[in-house]
Design a protein around this ligand. Structure first.
Ligand SMILES: *[C@@H]1O[C@H](CO)[C@@H](O)[C@H](O)[C@H]1NC(C)=O
Ligand SMILES: *[C@@H]1O[C@H](CO)[C@@H](O)[C@H](O)[C@H]1NC(C)=O
Ligand SMILES: *[C@@H]1O[C@H](CO)[C@@H](O)[C@H](O)[C@H]1NC(C)=O
Ligand SMILES: *[C@@H]1O[C@H](CO)[C@@H](O)[C@H](O)[C@H]1NC(C)=O
Ligand SMILES: *[C@@H]1O[C@H](CO)[C@@H](O)[C@H](O)[C@H]1NC(C)=O
Length: 472
């Protein structure tokens, strides 16, 4: 007891002296559980384009460390969504994702010639670990393109459209049904291995023609295909698998596809968009959950810092991007591009060193962890206001009854912050801090005697997450 009290005093003294160096802040965040917004599905990333092979090639202890960093809720980010790539390529050269039907069966109504290696570029391994070891429940399988022989340009790369959608006719015929059956077969291969795919996408950046797997589509053309895909899924009893659309390259471009999709809204599950050509700054007009499914600092030199000069790869920057997408654009999920891979840029959260002897997390990962560990699938965002000058605050009610509150102090203010949740009595609380010197480290959180509020220190340039447990 005495030692405990002494430690608390010492911690407070440290916090006080740190605060004195910065602008003082003492403020209250008010949370209103009766004012609700979107329901969350979670946070995630991808190991597509053979990135999963890079993880699988690590030594066993490093494999485990990498998997823990991605999916473990106490030692890693606790990601709740994995985005896999459905291959379309005829081969596995370079970083290609090979198709489950590399060669044309002869025509759209010919008997399919599927080929399954049970490995899928090690995505089966990552998915199985995610689901069976870490309890991940959301697996998003996403095709970048249909195989070349189903397309107007006879190539899975370089754009082209699916034969049979509006304005895309091919001498080989209409391949819509064949493509739908092919995607359903992919789900079945995973199901047979004990992995349930929950979300299915058939497009990636349909507004971009590029040298890797890519297929063009307008909203209307996507709707043409969804009218075939949804009944094909239902017939195979995949009634719970949600159809996503359209993973456009930027947020406004995804918004631009929505009018073309209006006739198939009841067949759609989730709206998906990327952030490369425009960031999620406002809600997409739809009743469905909306996911930000790809963003990254693609070119920036590898950086591990939380805050230095607000560079594109810094953790604080990513904490803010996630905040904006959730609070301004109503997203229910936020995914980075790649989780783990080698190479010298920030296109991933975790780097495999060039000699493959180390796996190095960046602070971007810990920024995600701040959200992902404590805002779990099914959590409902609730109103949060106030907070220290210059800070951003958000709050969520989790399915288990806990309330999690994020305070991002992007400026130089520092000091105690009190969280008050109206109509809620806290039995216990915890706080975790991420900044230049902490990676989601637990810190002292003090519950008021009446359980009506909780306080903790929020330093400059940091993100602190409070989790309040309800009194029984
Ligand atoms: C997650 O990490 C903790 C702490 O290292 C460890 O005790 C636990 O076994 C890990 N959980 C899983 C599912 O591997
Ligand atoms: C779908 O489920 C129904 C009812 O359980 C069953 O009769 C049918 O055979 C199933 N179809 C497939 C393709 O699994
Ligand atoms: C936010 O998303 C939810 C679905 O998760 C939807 O019901 C709601 O209308 C959306 N709100 C806005 C402002 O777009
Ligand atoms: C809040 O911060 C801004 C700069 O970010 C500053 O101009 C203003 O004086 C601050 N207000 C208070 C009450 O500290
Ligand atoms: C957020 O991440 C940082 C690591 O940079 C960590 O210190 C902090 O505890 C995390 N916060 C939460 C709530 O997990």
């Amino acid at each position: 007891m005495a030692i405990h009290a002494f430690l608390l005093l010492a911690l407070n003294a440290v916090a006080e002296s740190r605060a004195a160096l910065n602008t003082r802040q003492a403020s209250t965040v008010t949370v209103d559980l009766t004012k609700t917004y979107q329901t969350m599905d979670g946070f995630g990333m991808s190991e597509t384009f053979q990135r999963a092979n890079q993880m699988k090639a690590l030594s066993e202890p490093l494999q485990r460390y990498a998997l823990d960093l991605l999916f473990n809720r106490t030692s890693g980010a606790g990601f709740s969504i994995l985005r896999n790539g459905i291959g379309s390529s005829p081969d596995s050269s370079s970083d290609h994702m090979v198709s489950i039907q590399p060669k044309s069966p002869g025509g759209p109504s010919a008997t399919p010639k599927y080929v399954w290696d049970g490995n899928d570029n090690s995505q089966v391994w990552v998915s199985t670990e995610a689901v069976k070891t870490y309890g991940v429940k959301i697996i998003y399988a996403n095709a970048w393109s249909a195989p070349g022989y189903m397309k107007t340009n006879s190539n899975d790369a370089n754009g082209g459209s699916l034969c049979g959608v509006s304005g895309a006719s091919c001498s080989s015929g209409d391949w819509k049904q064949a493509y739908a059956s092919y995607l359903v077969q992919y789900i079945t291969y995973y199901k047979e291995l004990g992995v349930d795919i929950t979300h299915l996408g058939f497009l990636n950046e349909p507004d971009l023609t590029t040298s890797y797997a890519s297929m063009r589509s307008s909203g209307q053309q996507a709707a043409d295909f969804i009218k075939v895909l949804r009944p094909t899924l239902d017939k195979a009893n995949y009634t719970d698998v949600k159809v996503t659309c359209c993973d456009a390259e930027g947020w406004s471009s995804q918004q631009g596809m929505m009018s073309g999709l209006s006739g198939v809204s009841n067949m759609l599950g989730t709206i998906t968009g990327h952030s490369y050509t425009s960031q999620p700054g406002s809600p997409i007009n739809t009743p469905h959950n909306v996911w930000q499914t790809e963003n990254a600092d693609l070119q920036g030199a590898w950086a591990t810092t939380f805050y230095s000069n607000n560079g594109a790869g810094e953790g604080l920057n990513w904490a803010n991007k996630i905040y904006d997408a959730i609070t301004k654009a109503n997203v229910s999920a936020y995914l980075y591009w790649v989780g783990v891979q080698g190479g010298a840029t920030n296109s991933k959260l975790i780097r495999i060193s060039d000699d493959k002897k180390q796996v190095i997390p960046s602070k971007r990962l810990w920024a995600f962890a701040n959200w992902s560990r404590h805002v779990r699938p099914g959590a409902v965002r609730v109103s949060a206001s106030g907070g220290p000058n210059g800070s951003k605050v958000s709050a969520f009610k989790n399915v288990d009854g806990t309330v999690s509150v994020q305070v991002i102090q992007g400026g130089t203010g520092a000091g105690a912050v009190t969280v008050k949740v109206n109509g809620f009595t806290a039995k216990a609380a915890k706080a975790w801090i991420t900044d230049n010197s902490h990676d989601c480290d637990e810190q002292v959180a003090t519950v008021a005697a009446d359980g009506g509020s909780v306080s903790a220190q929020v330093p400059a340039r940091s993100m602190v997450t409070f989790v309040l447990e309800p009194a029984a």
